[in-house]
Design a protein around this ligand. Structure first.
Ligand code: SF4
Length: 208
């Protein structure tokens, strides 16, 4: 069975097994490693990039983990509804796999509606340019997802460029992108994670 057929079979099995088309590997609470401030981090399942040196290759399978249900959504939103929590981070696996985008878009819309003062960070192996309209990884859901989120950490993990001193990214090719500013400018605007504005406009000046 080829790689594409195997992925289709995995996704079919997932659909038969639950009410969602996406599985998730883990939810980490009180995470300070994947974005500014204390956050809840959602690790989704499924990634076709297969970077050399990936720190959790078990999440490459779309069928890995558990179905991402409404109960899981509720628990994540509840965990973020506290003053000391800066927001939600979504990583994986690959959140921007087309089938994962389909499942994440309505959840991220709900999250932003219910908790508008919390930031959303998304980690992807895709490049910003590939996610723009007309790019090879842009789906019908991509513009909406980008409209919901605050920060996109983009680019594949490159083992030769690994640097453990980097903040919030694994290799030096990856960029921490200020999404609203980049959409407004029509070009990538990098986020300065050392300033209070990295917490999001509503939280600037309020402390982490
Ligand atoms: S994009 Fe992330 S999850 Fe996918 S292979 Fe690369 S490092 Fe691993």
């Amino acid at each position: 069975m080829g790689a594409t057929a195997a992925r289709s079979a995995e996704r079919f099995a997932v659909r038969q097994n639950g009410e969602t088309t996406m599985n998730y590997a883990n939810v980490k609470y009180c995470d300070i490693a994947n974005g500014v401030g204390v956050r809840t981090s959602l690790f989704v399942s499924g990634c076709t990039h297969h970077c050399k040196g990936c720190f959790q290759p078990e999440t490459w399978a779309f069928s890995y983990g558990e179905p991402f249900t409404r109960d899981v959504e509720d628990a994540i939103i509840e965990s973020c509804n506290h003053n000391h929590i800066a927001g939600l981070t979504v990583l994986g696996g690959e959140p921007m796999e087309p089938e994962n985008q389909e499942a994440l878009e309505p959840f991220l819309a709900r999250f932003k509606q219910e908790l508008p003062d919390k930031t959303i960070w998304v980690y992807t192996g895709d490049s910003w340019e590939d996610l723009m309209v007309g790019g090879p990884r842009c789906t019908v859901d991509t513009p909406n997802i980008l409209s919901h989120i605050d920060v996109l950490v983009d680019g594949l993990f490159v083992e030769e460029l690994k640097d453990i001193t980097l903040r919030f990214r694994g290799s030096s090719n990856q960029r921490i992108i200020d999404v609203p500013a980049s959409l407004a400018a029509g070009a990538v605007q990098l986020l300065d994670t050392n300033t209070s504005s990295a917490l999001g406009p509503e939280r600037a000046g309020q402390g982490a």
